[in-house]
Design a protein around this ligand. Structure first.
Ligand code: AMP
Length: 226
């Protein structure tokens, strides 16, 4: 049997397909999908103290300050469902975040298994983000042309009305890409050096790419049990 207790990170620019793949992989492995962007959006929607603190950063397409993100992820990873594995989608996104994660996981002797690095050309990223629609109720993600819902504008999963994220508007997308290059891309070299990185072509179709990811994990699991 495939061991499914993985600790995974999805790294890559916005629009590379991290969220779409993460949803499939976490369903297949039955591990929690921890997307910091989703957690922040829930906080903003619920007008929590964290939500009020982070909204302006998100609207500008900037990173939320490290201390806020690090604390939120620390609390999330301490919950019981994350003890058997997890997939971090969109975290870490800066050197201090990667340092904090490494220190916490070293302390609990539960290091990361794989960092999947997804990339796609900028033209494709812009096309994907401008066509992306999300369900604010359940978080499912669609694309008007590539991953359309069965009924236009309506979530297949819960029937909610689909919306475009404010930060998927062209000006903010440009800013988010620049922020990724400035603050996040450095993590690629770090994880490559530590031998954790697996490169993925985010331009591939959804299903073949999901199979490729599961194959990587299957190989890892047979190596573990060998
Ligand atoms: P995402 O849904 O991953 O594109 O994230 C949406 C927004 O949430 C980002 O543009 C940031 O403002 C914020 N955010 C999400 N994850 C992080 C993170 N790890 N560090 C800092 N800000 C984040």
């Amino acid at each position: 049997m495939m061991n499914t207790n993985y600790r995974l990170v999805f790294l890559g620019p916005p629009g590379a397909g991290k969220g779409t793949q993460a949803a499939r992989i976490t369903e297949a492995l039955a591990i929690p999908h921890i997307a910091t962007g989703d957690l922040f959006r829930e906080n903003v929607k619920g007008a929590t103290p964290v939500g009020l603190e982070v909204k302006a950063f998100m609207d500008r397409g900037e990173l939320v300050p490290d201390r806020i993100v690090i604390r939120m992820v620390r609390e999330r990873l301490a919950r019981p469902d994350a003890q058997k594995g997890f997939l971090l989608d969109g975290y870490p996104r800066s050197v201090p975040q990667a340092d904090a994660l490494e220190a916490d996981l070293a302390a609990s002797k539960t290091p990361l298994d794989v960092v999947f690095y997804m990339t796609a050309p900028d033209t494709l990223i812009v096309e994907r983000l401008s066509g992306r629609r999300v369900c604010p109720s359940c978080g499912r993600t669609y694309h008007v042309a590539n991953i359309p819902p069965r009924k236009a504008g309506v979530c297949d999963g819960c029937g909610g009305a689909l919306v475009q994220r404010d930060d998927d508007k062209p000006e903010t997308v440009k800013k988010r890409l620049a922020v990724y290059r400035d603050q996040t891309e450095a993590l690629v070299a770090r994880y490559r050096k530590s031998g954790l990185l697996v490169d993925l072509d985010g331009a591939k179709e959804v299903e073949p790419l999901a199979r490729e990811i599961l194959d990587v994990l299957k190989k890892l699991s047979s190596r573990r049990t060998a």
